[in-house]
Design a protein around this ligand. Structure first.
Ligand SMILES: Cc1cc2nc3c(=O)[nH]c(=O)nc-3n(C[C@H](O)[C@H](O)[C@H](O)COP(=O)(O)OP(=O)(O)OC[C@H]3O[C@@H](n4cnc5c(N)ncnc54)[C@H](O)[C@@H]3O)c2cc1C
Length: 391
């Protein structure tokens, strides 16, 4: 957790973030909660809502102030994403991909000209960003990607197929990873900034997903897609290393998304258990229901602490990758457990679309898969732990 100068642990959010949290909470309750079910059904978040999130500062939380952002750290990002995910996982995922992946990659690896060109527009939502690492043949094993970037006299030509790209349909800019050396290895891949209107960048049909339905997920094909020399983002052959840095942070963000979804499931269960009568008393009078609520509450609190602790290590400049994986793993699996318990407390009603819990549970499943699945997180955690003990 955050350490103050006298090394005392403090578990309170700084005042500035409390304000940010409250603004986001009000925004989410007023502008997202009443419509999230409709967006899920229509498989789209209206453009006006995203534009308003941009104006409210929710798309540029971690962007430095000089680029029009709020200048907050990853902790700030977790606070905002939790509040949005409380009502709509898809909207939170849209922010996670836009800010947490695309904008973060350009911020961490881009040169001054690229930052000046893109970060202000990404921070205020004038342009939405997408981040293209996964391919049809490789997601977990992303280092095996086969999209190629070939050098020409004037720049680069990209060829390949990217898959599962969040914001694919609405994005105006894409960060694309491609192979710049034929052999396998972490330092054989580079990242490129590709504008939407570049000939040869072809957006495929939206996926018909189980959850996160309002978030658009598409293939992105690159067919002789020519980009200028200056669109290389970061050092040549270092794109995968930069992508891993982005993902380390992204995992913490996904952890906070799960905390938000789980909190939604808990709050809905608490409300329902107070309103619903059985055997002449509210559901929450039955000890069996109280025990479920207690376990749910405990798990949400524990996950939030892990997520915020992991975020603080990044903000302190000493990122703890193992902790990022632990936070993501625990939070995402916790949210599924809490979600199913919430459905159980809702009884038959929980099995319908009349309550939002079923949507939150569907949304959360993605958090156990994307940005490094649970299996991958376990591998990373075990590897780090074994290394630590053998050192
Ligand atoms: C809704 C959605 C949005 C997404 N958004 C983006 C995006 O914006 N940008 C982007 O680049 N990608 C995105 N992804 C892709 C996502 O990151 C991948 O789906 C994920 O990394 C898993 O890759 P895969 O689907 O190819 O599964 P695979 O890699 O084929 O894995 C299949 C299963 O095998 C397991 N597995 C694989 N290797 C091992 C191993 N060595 N040991 C044990 N188990 C293993 C996995 O954990 C998984 O359970 C998105 C995916 C979805 C579903």
């Amino acid at each position: 957790m955050m350490m103050s100068t006298n090394e005392t642990m403090t578990f309170n959010l700084p005042d500035e973030l409390t304000g940010f949290r409250d603004v986001t909470r009000s925004f989410a309750a007023e502008k997202i909660a009443p419509y999230a079910r409709e967006w899920d059904e229509k498989k789209w978040i209206p453009d006006e809502v995203i534009a308003e999130m941009g104006r409210t500062g929710l798309l540029g939380v971690t962007m430095p102030e000089e680029y029009g952002g709020a200048g907050q750290g990853l902790l700030g990002m977790t606070v905002v994403v939790e509040e949005i995910a409380r009502w709509c996982g898809a909207t939170a995922l849209m922010i996670a991909a836009h800010s947490g992946l695309c904008s973060t990659h350009i911020r961490l690896a881009g040169n001054d000209a690229q930052k000046k060109e893109w970060l202000p527009k990404l921070a205020n939502g004038e342009v939405i960003g997408a981040w293209c690492l996964s391919e049809p043949e490789c997601g977990t094993d992303a280092e095996a990607l086969s999209t190629r970037a070939e050098k020409t006299s004037s720049g680069w030509v990209l060829n390949g197929r990217k898959f599962w790209i969040t914001n694919g349909q609405r994005a105006g800019v894409f960060v694309v990873t491609a192979r710049t050396k034929p052999e396998r290895g972490a330092r054989t891949i580079s990242a490129f900034i590709v504008k939407r209107d570049t000939p040869g960048l072809i957006i495929g049909e939206r996926e018909d997903k189980m959850g996160m339905r309002a978030s658009d997920t598409t293939p992105v094909n690159l067919e002789n897609c020519e980009i200028p020399e200056e669109n290389l983002c970061g050092e040549l052959h270092e794109g995968y290393i930069d992508a891993l840095r982005v993902l380390d942070r992204g995992r913490v963000t996904i952890g906070s998304l799960s905390v938000g979804l789980a909190r939604g499931c808990l709050e809905e269960a608490v409300k329902y258990a107070a309103e619903r009568q059985s055997f002449g008393v509210p559901l929450h009078s039955h000890q069996a229901i109280q025990l479920k609520l207690a376990d749910m509450d405990t798990q949400v609190e524990a996950a939030r602490l892990l997520v915020r602790q992991a975020a603080c290590t990044h903000d302190a400049g000493r990122p703890d990758k193992q902790l990022s994986s632990i936070a993501k793993l625990f939070a995402s699996e916790m949210a599924s457990r809490v979600g199913w318990e919430s459905i159980q407390i809702h009884g038959g009603a929980g099995y319908t679309k009349d309550v939002c819990v079923e949507r939150l549970v569907r949304d959360n499943k993605l958090c156990e898969i994307g940005e490094g699945s649970s299996e991958v997180q376990r591998m990373l955690i075990a590897r780090a732990e074994c290394k630590r003990h053998s050192a």
